[in-house]
Design a protein around this ligand. Structure first.
Ligand code: ASP
Length: 443
C-alpha cells in the first residue's frame, strides 16, 4: 500500500458541504492516509477568511480593543460546520482558551495558526482519524527558517505511529517552543514537508482550480490545462507570475523525488496537473509547456567599445545597482553592450543616481534606462529536442506586428524570454499561444 499526502486549501474546507466533498475524496482512495488542512477560506467573494479574522483579533488585542466583533465570527464558522456535520467534538473550551491567549498578547503567529489548528481538530473528528499537532513535528531554527533535519526526523517518527492522520497546515514550533507560522499560503509548505517526512508516493494539493493552465486565462480565452510540468519548468513559470503553489512548497518534495498533483476539490474527476521530477518522466504534448510573463520592467543599457576586454566591467555595473539596493532580474549582453533588466518599481526615484554612478565607476560610452518593458517567458522541456522553436516564436511575434526589444535564452534551453513594450504584452502572449498550442484560433 502506498501513501498519498493530501493537502486541502481554504476554499476546499470553507463550509460543511466542502468538508463532505473532502471526506468523499479521501475515502475514495485507501492510499490517502495523511491530510493537511488549511483554515476555512472564503465561502463567497465577499466573505472573510478565518485566517484574516484571526489576524484582525490579534490587531484589536494589540490596540487594547475588544476582540469579540471578529472572534464571534470565527466561533460561528467552526460551530456552524461542527453542527451541520453532526460532530460531537466540543470546541467551546478550545475557542475560549484561544480568545484568552490572544487577549493576553500571544502574538500574530499564534493567533493566525489557530485557524488551521481548529480546522484540523474538526476534520480529524469528522474522518475518525488521529489529530497530530504540527507544533510537535515541524521545527524552525534560530533564524526563523525551517529546520529540515529535525523536522524530517521527528515528524517522520510521529507519522509512523498513525495509520491515518490529520496534520494542520501553516505552522510549527520555534526554538523557544512557541508557535511560528510560515508566510501566507504556507499550508502548501506543510503539505510538502509532511509528504517528505511520510516518504509519500504522491503529494496531492487540492484547491479550487483543475491545475495549471498553459497561459493566463485573463489573456487567453480557455487556455489548455497543463497535464505534466517538471519542477524546473514550474519554477520558471512561477517566477514569471504564474502562481498555483507557494514557492517554498516545491523544495521538500523536489529533493525527495515526490511528484505533486494539483487537483480540484469541486471537480475530483479531473486529473489536474502533475509536477514531476525528471523531464524524461513525461512526454509533452506540445512543443512548449506554458507561457507566463508580466509588465513593468526597465532595461539599463550600458555601451562601451571593447567592453569584452575590460576586466571587472560587469561587476562594477552591478556594484552600482547593489549600492542602490536594486536586484537584477536578467542580464542579456552583447559584445560591447550590457543590458540589465530590473523591475520598474525597484529603480523608481533612483534612475539619475544610478546613471551617474555607472558613469563614475565604469566610464561607459553611454548609459540609458528604458522603461515600459514587459517580459514573456515561453517555457518547455520539449524545446531542447525540437528544432525551430525560436523561429516559430519570433515568426509569430513578427506576424502580429510586435517589436521584440530583448531576447534572453537561458542556457538551460528550457526557456526563451522576450521583452516587448508593455502595450504589446497581451497580444504577444496570444500570438505565442496561437503559434504553439492552437491549430485553429479560438478568438
Ligand atoms: N490560512 C493561511 C493563509 O490564509 C495558510 C494557507 O491557507 O495556506 O495564508
Amino acid at each position: 500500500m502506498g501513501i498519498k499526502v493530501s493537502k486541502f486549501g481554504g476554499s476546499s474546507l470553507a463550509d460543511a458541504a466542502q468538508f463532505q466533498k473532502v471526506k468523499e475524496i479521501l475515502f475514495a482512495d485507501g492510499d490517502r492516509r495523511i491530510v493537511v488542512p488549511s483554515a476555512p477560506g472564503k465561502r463567497s467573494k465577499t466573505d472573510v477568511k478565518v485566517t484574516d479574522l484571526l489576524y484582525e483579533c490579534n490587531r484589536l488585542a494589540g490596540a487594547g480593543q475588544d476582540i469579540e466583533p471578529a472572534f464571534s465570527k470565527i466561533r460561528e464558522r467552526y460551530q456552524g460546520i461542527a453542527a451541520q456535520l453532526g460532530l460531537h467534538v466540543d470546541l467551546d473550551a478550545q475557542l475560549e482558551e484561544i480568545a484568552k491567549n490572544i487577549k493576553l498578547g500571544a502574538g500574530a503567529d499564534y493567533a493566525a495558526s489557530r485557524g488551521e489548528y481548529l480546522n484540523g481538530i474538526l476534520l480529524a473528528d469528522y474522518l475518525g482519524w488521529d489529530f497530530v499537532d504540527a507544533k510537535t513535528g515541524i521545527f524552525f531554527d534560530e533564524e526563523g527558517r525551517l529546520d529540515s533535519e529535525k523536522t524530517q526526523e521527528r515528524l517522520g517518527a510521529i507519522l509512523k505511529q498513525h495509520a491515518y492522520a490529520v496534520v494542520p497546515g501553516f505552522y510549527g514550533c520555534d526554538t523557544h517552543g512557541n508557535v511560528k507560522t510560515f508566510s501566507r499560503g504556507g499550508s502548501d509548505i506543510t503539505g510538502a514537508i509532511v509528504a517528505r517526512a511520510a516518504n509519500a508516493d504522491l503529494y496531492e494539493n487540492w484547491t479550487d482550480v483543475s491545475g495549471c493552465l498553459m497561459a493566463d486565462p485573463r489573456i487567453v480565452r480557455n487556455p489548455e490545462p497543463i497535464r505534466y510540468v517538471t519542477y524546473r519548468e514550474l519554477r520558471e513559470l512561477s517566477y514569471m507570475g504564474a502562481s498555483v503553489l507557494h514557492e517554498d512548497a516545491i523544495f521538500p518534495v523536489r529533493i525527495a523525488g515526490i511528484p505533486t498533483n494539483i487537483r480540484n476539490t469541486n471537480q475530483p474527476d479531473e486529473p489536474g496537473t502533475i509536477i514531476g521530477y525528471e523531464a524524461e518522466d513525461y512526454e509533452s504534448e506540445h512543443m512548449i509547456t506554458g507561457i507566463a510573463g508580466h509588465k513593468d520592467f526597465a532595461i539599463i543599457a550600458v555601451e562601451k567599445a571593447m567592453m569584452n576586454a575590460e576586466l571587472g566591467f560587469g561587476r562594477r555595473v552591478l556594484q552600482a545597482l547593489e549600492e542602490e539596493g536594486v536586484s537584477f532580474e536578467h542580464m542579456p549582453s552583447g559584445i560591447d553592450t550590457m543590458s540589465v533588466v530590473v523591475s520598474e518599481d525597484s529603480v523608481e526615484g533612483k534612475k539619475e543616481r544610478l546613471i551617474a554612478r555607472i558613469h563614475e565607476l565604469c566610464s561607459p560610452d553611454s548609459v540609458e534606462i528604458h522603461s515600459g518593458l514587459a517580459l514573456i517567458a515561453t517555457v518547455g522541456r520539449g524545446m531542447v529536442r525540437s528544432k525551430g522553436t525560436s523561429a516559430k516564436l519570433f515568426n509569430a511575434l513578427m506576424k502580429a506586428g510586435i517589436n521584440v526589444r530583448l531576447i534572453d535564452q537561458g542556457s538551460s534551453e528550457l526557456n526563451i524570454i522576450v521583452g516587448v513594450d508593455n502595450l504589446d504584452f497581451e497580444n504577444a502572449v496570444r500570438a505565442i499561444y496561437r503559434a504553439f498550442v492552437v491549430k485553429e484560433p479560438r478568438w
